[in-house]
Design a protein around this ligand. Sequence first.
Ligand code: MEV
Length: 350
Amino acid sequence: MSRAFTDHRGCADGPYAGHGRRGAGGAHGKAILLGEHAVVYGTPALVIPVPQLTVTANATRCPCSGEGGDRISFATTGPQTASVTPLMSDSMQHLVAEFRKRTDVVEPMCVDVLIDCLIPQARGLGSSAACARAAVLALADVFDRRLDAGTVFELVQASETVVHGRASGIDALATGATSPLFFRSGTARALPIAMAGDGPGEPGGFSGLFVVADSGVDGSTKEAVELLRRTFERDAQAKAAFVRRVSNLTYAALHDLEQGRLSDFGARLTENHGLLRDVGISTDRIDALVEAALAAGGFGAKISGGGLGGCMVALAGDLRQAEAVVRGLEQAGAVQTWVVPVGRFAGHAD
Ligand code: MEV
């Protein structure tokens, strides 16, 4: 069956405007707390959803006319695109091909998908996975297919592999997660974060807020993953040391979370930053933001996501400290910040 991705005008604007069947899907951004890059080599990672950074996809299906082939258009809107911009990426084509294979859609697919994305792109916040996830759910809705969580993950992951090369699957899962996750080898479970007052003897639970800051500079997960792959190919000892240290830190941080040990958890973040900086994943700008967050009273700070630019994440103990960290980050040049409450402050989300 032929596939046409060239007509961006689509049925929403054409003769069938307003008559097509509609479907919708959603997803959101993510921020990795510990373990990025090492997770590609099978170690665990901790990740939080960033619910303020939403992606909504709306699919409109219309009658296929003419030759009888597929006619699918993707377009994006959002803060980074002044208007509706056609999206012609290989990853979306791949996603549609996989969607057809796994859902047994036999009829021609004529559909417009409009993706409204509030996640800044190329910042390590999961924009590509979130767009793919929202698009998959919108396609499933408009073609009346029920997809289980595993199939949605596999479809998003198929698209991510095109975008990032070697992808662990953490973005594909975290962009649909409703709670912080412990991720390892393609599977995830909710992080056991002790809340204030949980259990006898609990000293107060985990009451942190994460501050995510955008350095304003594009990063590239694909380049960063490739950089490490080449480095580690030349130096197997460096690879073993990096993977072992990050893995140890991630497990130690997991226990800190369970026990509500905020400042120990923060120290692990900063230590993980040092390891990522030492293998060349950070930038001067991100290092300066990490320093600024620590100077403003943050318990810890590190680069987050693919790196070579993009975002960093810091841990604050309470709302007042989070505000101080935000001020410090803005003074040091952060172009945008988001506060993500976890544990006791989760009810204070925007
Ligand atoms: C990207 O958000 C995280 C990386 O570890 C790549 C991956 O896990 O797919 C850099």
